[in-house]
Each structure stands twice: as structure tokens, then as C-alpha cells.
Design a protein. Structure first.
Ligand code: C2O
Ligand code: CU
Ligand code: CU
Length: 488
């Protein structure tokens, strides 16, 4: 009799537990599957106008301001640079001195950070130097790094997620004289297309940030904007089109693929071109990462760029959008296409040697902390000697997806869980996805700029995590120098 009772109790518990699990599963909408109508021509952000000043510097002006945008829901209140949503594409050549005058016409303070750019800490736009409402800031540095797809976005303390989500983001393209750049499609807006991808959640006409039930990474919107365009298509007139993919979302991880599964060529990562094109069927980008891909098209066809399942099938991955699949951009090939061929080799990437590393550091990502500590603007987490090489071992021992970004440098991935990195991690990187339960080893040279008074950041680029303190600081000093934060 007691046995029966116990059995019944267990059965009841299992049934209730199952019911709860089913409810959770239902509310989590764990497998979003959205096919878009592709009704709008893809907007391409305009190239920023610039002037050259008396010292030969290229001068840009950016004004962060509020505006109204039409995403098909009526007038949506958004923020942008020099416009209502996103910002113009800044473009400069390697070796060029640049100046960017930033004005803040928002009702709250902001900063502008040049993501992926190698530059002095004082110009980096981190959270230490907020630009107050109505204020301005002048960033000036000399661009000196390989041609790459970089981007800019706000980086104020605890407000980064909201400000980026509202629309503050733009591209910064670096050019150089590598022949491969001209051998690849390179006509901006024609066969060389920025594809800045963001997911949004709407409440009526307004952007909402309520977030998906069960998500530990923040907003996972069910509508996709590319360069601010909902349901975007692109008319293509050449056999090859280069897409500069930028994950400018706040949380979502994309796994880019073509709807018919055809392979495409991965030609570049965050900090520049690969040594040679790598044919692949998909490329996964966490927040802040970029990839340059070249897609081959046949006359008259239409094929959609989609995001396919990005993570494993466990419940936590599902809650964090890992099973979602949705359309991003339709490519529409003209009836006749200009012939184009893909170069076989691209650039040479000098490899950093771990035997030369002066320091090896370990960073463990958990919850909202790195090595058990939250962000503290008064604490220096790493003092790096200028012009030295360091190996940073970064791991995510838990189930929540994170990403890892270092300011100032482009690094190389040495190992992913002890193995050689895949093609998408084989070039210059400034941000990598920290897949749950994986270990990464990266190597960087902290060249050129020392400033004991100003820190650079390293952090999780899931913006909610960053705002909640998943960020640390490093200071680059001359050998023998001590950091003195805030004494600049
Ligand atoms: Cu894209 Cu510290 O940021
Ligand atoms: Cu950055
Ligand atoms: Cu994180």
C-alpha cells in the first residue's frame, strides 16, 4: 500500500513537473522561425562626408540625436548619428590622421567607442569620459591597421544596451593598399555591401526591451532590421557580391547561411582579410563580431541570407535564442551579371608566437563577473607593458552564452578547447563568442600607445551583461611605469 502511495506521488510530481516544463517551453517560444516578405530595398548607410584640416587630418562630424523612424509600425522614436537611426559610414585609409567631432544632442550622456580600432586609450570612448547632454568630444588618432570592417557605438556606463538598441551604431571602414582589397568586390553600396544586422521587439510603434521569457542575455527580437531596413532585399548586378556582416544587436547570436545551403567564401574577420578565402556553409557571429563574405550568384535567381540554429538544443540555449531561424536579406540577381572571380589568396597574416609572450592571464566568465569581480572604474585588472605580447586564456564554464572583446588590439586565436581554431577564428579578431563550456586562448601585441592614466576595457559584448558589470580594465604602460588612473 505504501509502495502504491509513493508511486502515485512520484507520478503526480512528474506530471506537474512536466506541465511546468511545457508552460516554460511555450512561453519561451524557443524556436522562432520567421520568413520575411522582403518588401523593402536595402538601405545602405551613406558614406560620411569629411574635410581635410590645415594639419592634413581627415575631419568627420557626428551628432548623436533623437528622431523618428518608419519600420512599418508607424513613427518609432529612435536615436541616430546625423539622422534618426544608425549613422553614416566613416571611411579612412591606413596611415591617415583622423579627427571625429562628436556632439551629443541627446537628453542623456553618451560616449562613442571605435570598436576594433587601434588607438590611444584617451580617444577610445570608454565609459570614463561621458559626453554630457549638449556637450562634445573630439577624438583624434592616426589610423594604422589592416583594412577592415570596424564599427562605432556608445559605451556609457550602464546605458550601452539601451543606446545601441535605440539605434546608435555605425560602420568605420579602414582601407589599405593590399591588392586583395581591389581583387575583391570593392564598390561600396554596389557590390560591396554593409549588412548591419539587428533584432527588434516592438510594442505598438515603439521599440520594446521586455526581453524573451527565460532569456539570460537580454532582448531577442522577432523582427530583423538590416541597416535599419525591415524585410530587406538587395539587387545584385555582378556574379560576386561582398557582404560585410556586422552583428550590431544587443544580445542575439546569428549563424549566417544561405537559404539553399550553398557555400560562400569567408574572406575576412573582425580585423581584416584572411590569408585565403575559406569556403563554408555558415558563419556564426556573436554581438560585436564581423565577417566579410563573398556570395556567388547565378543570373535571375533569388536567394535569402538567413540565420540558422546557432547553439545546441538544451533548454538554456533555446531560451537564449540558440534554436531560432529567420530570414535576414534577400539577394536578387539581375538577368545579366558582370563577370567576377574570387582571388585565390588574400593577405599575409604575421603569426604572433606564444613563446614570445611576456604574460599569460586567465579570465573566467561567470554570471555577470569576470574572475569573480564586477566592473569597477577605479580598479585596474591588468597592467600591460607597451609593445609586449600576452596570452589571455578565457573561459566560459557555464551554460550562458557570453562573448569576449578587447579594446585597442586585434588578437589571434591560438586554441579553442585545445584545438586549432576554425577558419572564422583564424584571422584578426577583437571579439569572439564564448560558447558555453569552452576554453579559448588568444594572443595579442599591445603596441604603440601607453597611458598610465587611462584604461582600456575588456568585456562581454552581450550588452546587458556589459551594463551589469561584466567588464574589466587594462592599462598599457611603459616598462617600469605604474598605473595612475584618473590623473591624466
Ligand atoms: Cu564594441 Cu567595448 O565595445
Ligand atoms: Cu570595442
Ligand atoms: Cu556575457
Amino acid at each position: 500500500m505504501r509502495k502504491w502511495l509513493l508511486g502515485g506521488l512520484v507520478l503526480l510530481l512528474v506530471l506537474c513537473g512536466g506541465g511546468v516544463a511545457a508552460l516554460v517551453y511555450f512561453f519561451a517560444r524557443p524556436s522562432l522561425d520567421v520568413r520575411a516578405d522582403f518588401e523593402h530595398p536595402l538601405k545602405v548607410p551613406p558614406l560620411a562626408t569629411s574635410t581635410v584640416d590645415a594639419q592634413g587630418r581627415r575631419v568627420f562630424d557626428l551628432r548623436a540625436e533623437p528622431g523618428d523612424s518608419d519600420f512599418g509600425h508607424g513613427a518609432t522614436r529612435t536615436w541616430g548619428y546625423n539622422g534618426a537611426y544608425l549613422g553614416p559610414t566613416l571611411r579612412a585609409h591606413r596611415g591617415e590622421p583622423v579627427v571625429v567631432n562628436v556632439r551629443n544632442a541627446l537628453a542623456e550622456s553618451t560616449t562613442v567607442h571605435w570598436h576594433g580600432m587601434h588607438l590611444p586609450a584617451a580617444m577610445d570612448g570608454g565609459p570614463h569620459r561621458p559626453i554630457p547632454s549638449g556637450g562634445s568630444f573630439q577624438a583624434a588618432w592616426t589610423v594604422d591597421q589592416p583594412a577592415a570592417t570596424l564599427w562605432y557605438h556608445p559605451h556609457p556606463s550602464e546605458r550601452t544596451e539601451t543606446q545601441v538598441y535605440r539605434g546608435l551604431a555605425g560602420l568605420f571602414l579602414v582601407d589599405d593598399d593590399e591588392p586583395a582589397q581591389r581583387a575583391l568586390p570593392h564598390d561600396y553600396g554596389v557590390d560591396d555591401i554593409p549588412v548591419l544586422v539587428q533584432d527588434k521587439e516592438f510594442d505598438g510603434a515603439q521599440l520594446s526591451m521586455s526581453g524573451r521569457f527565460g532569456s539570460d542575455i537580454g532582448v531577442l527580437g522577432d523582427e530583423i532590421l538590416v541597416n535599419g531596413t525591415p524585410g530587406a532585399y538587395l539587387d545584385v548586378r555582378s556574379e560576386l557580391v561582398r557582404l560585410r556582416l556586422v552583428n550590431a544587436s544587443t544580445a542575439r547570436i546569428y549563424n549566417f547561411a544561405l537559404a539553399d545551403g550553398r557555400p560562400f567564401a569567408l574572406v575576412g574577420t573582425d580585423g581584416g582579410l584572411l590569408e585565403r578565402p575559406a569556403m563554408t556553409g555558415h558563419v556564426r557571429l556573436s554581438v560585436g563580431e564581423r565577417a566579410e563574405i563573398v556570395v556567388a550568384l547565378r543570373p535571375g535567381e533569388r536567394v535569402a541570407l538567413r540565420s540558422v540554429r546557432a547553439l545546441g538544443g538544451d533548454l538554456e540555449s533555446r531560451f537564449n535564442g540558440g534554436q531560432d531561424a529567420f530570414d535576414i536579406l534577400q539577394l536578387r540577381a539581375a538577368a545579366t551579371l558582370t563577370p567576377a572571380t574570387l582571388p585565390k589568396t588574400l593577405v599575409r597574416i604575421p603569426r604572433l608566437d606564444p613563446a614570445q609572450a611576456e604574460q599569460t592571464r586567465t579570465f573566467e566568465f561567470q554570471g555577470r563577473e569576470i574572475n569573480g569581480e564586477g566592473m569597477d572604474m577605479g580598479r585596474v585588472d591588468a597592467v600591460v607593458v607597451k609593445d609586449t605580447v600576452e596570452v589571455w586564456n578565457v573561459s566560459n564554464g557555464h551554460g550562458t552564452p557570453h562573448s569576449f572583446h578587447i579594446h585597442d588590439v586585434q588578437f589571434q586565436v591560438l586554441k579553442v578547447d585545445g584545438q586549432a581554431p576554425p577558419p572564422e577564428l583564424s584571422g584578426w579578431k577583437d571579439t569572439i563568442f564564448l560558447e558555453p563550456r569552452q576554453h579559448y586562448s588568444v594572443i595579442a601585441k599591445f603596441a604603440d600607445y601607453a597611458d598610465p592614466t587611462t584604461a582600456y576595457m575588456f568585456h562581454c559584448h552581450v550588452l546587458k551583461h556589459e551594463d551589469e558589470g561584466m567588464m574589466g580594465q587594462f592599462v598599457v604602460v611603459e616598462r617600469g611605469q605604474q598605473p595612475r588612473l584618473g590623473h591624466g
